[in-house]
Design a binder for this molecule. Sequence first.
Ligand code: 3SL
Length: 241
Amino acid sequence: MKLFVYETPEATPTDYLPDCAVVIDVLRATTTIATVLAAGAEAVQAFSDIEELMDVSAKWETKLRLRAGERGGAKVEGCDLGNSPLDCTCELVKGKRFFLSTTNGTRALHRVENSSVVLTAAFVNDHSVIDYLKQEQPETVWLVCSGWQGSYSLEDTACAGKIASLLLPPLSHKIAKSVGNDEVIGAIALYSQWQDNLLELFHLSSHGQRLLRLGQTEDLAYCAQQNVLKVIPTQKEPSIL
Ligand code: 3SL
């Protein structure tokens, strides 16, 4: 397996795709996706564009759908929900299609949707994704961080670092063949530094600060949990997990 970390979707190559792309948006899109699927949703359908979400979901029976839209951290008017995983209870989502559009996470998914296998990961389901990768051993794996509007985000890169550190043997020149780019080493270093204090890292991060200003303190604590959901969100057709 050769592992690459991309710190933003924009940093991914445009002339080829990997055998497996893992999209990461810890705060909060991929945490929400894992939560919704673990709670029994029929599927998550992701959109970059809110208008397209509204048009496609309009063809769905009202009681069998939920529309979730977030921009700048806040709920989009006209949607049933924003992007808080804490709203996604079994009672609400079970059996429904979850139509989702967020600022960065759904855009990152769109970027790699034609890869042979597309998964999403967050800290809440990290071990499920790691176990899948260990078992399937795809030849090339991209860990694609969603970042924030083209810039780096600490929480996504830390999650990529955890996945990389548990997939690779201890770092030394002997594993250079498995390390696709220097970002892999940087991500592992970030995770190693903060692994026992992820919540503090989230409070320090720019998007964590944005969510705190919006009163989403409990969301940060939820998203900082590790390995609490046994779910591997896997794309079934482009943008549908
Ligand atoms: O950017 C995104 O895709 C969202 O996850 C951002 S938020 O956490 O919902 O504000």
